[in-house]
Design a protein around this ligand. Structure first.
Ligand code: UDP
Length: 238
């Protein structure tokens, strides 16, 4: 597959066309942003780590029967993916209170839930990604009710798979964000990435944060945390 013109540059990735309109190449960058782009920086080596990690996790999810956009890793930063129309919803699954959940509801971080929660946000930077429910998302035609129901089912199945995997690595999956896309035939598949940029991952024994909160909250050791999480993933990759 031949890499053609750049179509889009996001905060953490660039997207390129290929000679086949059904496929795109994503290229992961080391750039990091937080708080809707207000905080900017660089996490050295992040692009390669997130590329590898997201691809491994998507392959595991595929094996568990969840359709994803992953096709093939092309290089340390580049991956071939299926071209989809991104559904403008951020799908957030939480197992433990943290981040905006704790702020919104005035509760401490680290409270484990009896069952996971699924939240939807309207993916719209200008509006600050506001929370949205199924009725409003359907009214805005962001996705149909049937699609949203399927997305919620997938999100909970993905949570079960990822939690099991990270547990083996001694890592607690606190929360994470997913994005889904629509293939030309209407099939809904998992898109975007799954990485320490999009998940909260805490050391299961010590509670140490091994994710982007180290960058967001200026905790230091950001590169080391990303490397550590990849190392654990690869050493437990049975
Ligand atoms: N998240 C993300 N992109 C976003 C917003 C959230 O990847 O634009 C992830 C974030 O890393 C965390 C989870 O979704 O793992 C829940 O984030 P939260 O709503 O608590 O927002 P935050 O506190 O990160 O602003």
């Amino acid at each position: 597959m031949e890499k053609r013109q750049q179509l889009y540059e996001g905060k953490a990735k660039k997207v390129f066309a290929t000679d086949d309109p059904d496929y795109l190449i994503v290229e992961y960058k080391d750039d990091a942003t937080a708080f809707n782009g207000v905080k900017r920086g660089m996490i050295r080596g992040k692009g390669a780590i997130n590329n590898r990690m997201s691809n491994r996790l998507m392959q595991k999810l595929e094996a568990a029967g969840i359709p994803t956009h992953f096709v093939r890793e092309l290089s340390d930063r580049e991956t071939l993916v299926k071209s989809v129309e991104i559904i403008p919803l951020e799908v957030i699954v939480r197992n433990t209170s943290a981040g905006s959940f704790s702020q919104r509801y005035g509760v401490a971080e680290g409270i484990d839930f009896e069952s996971p929660t699924v939240e939807l946000s309207y993916k719209n930077d200008a509006l600050g990604d506001p929370l949205i429910n199924t009725d409003s998302a359907a009214a805005l035609k962001l996705a149909s009710r049937t699609e949203i129901a399927l997305i919620r089912q997938y999100a909970l199945r993905i949570d079960r798979e990822l939690r099991r995997f990270w547990r083996i690595c001694g890592v607690k999956l606190v929360d994470f964000k997913l994005e889904f896309g629509r293939l030309p035939d209407g099939e809904i598949i998992l898109a975007d990435e799954i990485s320490p940029d999009t998940c909260r991952l805490w050391d299961a024994a010590t509670g140490e944060k091994l994710d982007k909160d180290r960058f967001r909250r200026d905790l230091g050791g950001v590169e080391d945390a990303y490397r550590e999480i990849l190392r654990r993933m690869e050493s437990h990759d049975a």
